[in-house]
Unconditional design. Structure first.
Length: 171
């Protein structure tokens, strides 16, 4: 499956699915971390996290922090499906937002639209903890599946697989 980005770069993407209720227990995250629901006034902090998390990765399209603010506003305003406020989460360490996972509705299913962690906090279990927490919240309210779309060469594919996501063949 090919995915087009907003600046016309075409990437090979994969759709992955997690069956809720079969969620493996994630790696433990930092004890000093606080997890909470995203609030609209988090946009500036989230834009900083997005900008830093995407820089130099396979998904970096040269966006600025202002571009990230615009993308977040569009996401929260429903441009990619209804924004799921209760299951969209941020992680803070010492009051500083270091990671986020944002969930929307896509094709009548929850979609993990974004999962980002700033580089110095990656590989500490924070992203996995947020995704797991969102999945638990979705399952508690009766959802049966969480999907995501990711660039096939993104190293996060292995994290998603560790969390129980499996590749889906789209029809």
């Amino acid at each position: 499956m090919d995915g087009s980005t907003r600046v016309g770069i075409v990437r090979d993407t994969v759709v992955m699915s997690l069956t809720l209720g079969t969620i493996p227990i994630p790696h433990s995250a930092s004890a000093s971390m606080t997890v909470r629901a995203v609030a609209r006034d988090d946009i500036t902090d989230l834009a900083r996290v997005f900008h830093r998390a995407y820089q130099g990765t396979v998904d970096d399209e040269g966006e600025t922090q202002l571009d990230a603010i615009n993308e977040l506003q569009k996401t929260m305003d429903g441009a990619y499906g209804e924004f799921d406020w209760p299951s969209s989460l941020v992680a803070e360490v010492d009051g500083f937002v270091v990671a986020a996972c944002l969930v929307t509705s896509w094709k009548d299913r929850p979609l993990l639209a974004f999962a980002v962690t700033i580089p110095e906090y990656q590989r500490r279990g924070i992203g996995g903890h947020l995704i797991h927490s969102s999945a638990v919240l979705l399952g508690e309210r009766g959802e049966s599946e969480l999907r995501l779309v990711v660039t096939s060469t993104n190293p996060s594919v292995s994290l998603y697989q560790q969390l129980g996501f499996r590749r889906v063949l789209e029809k």
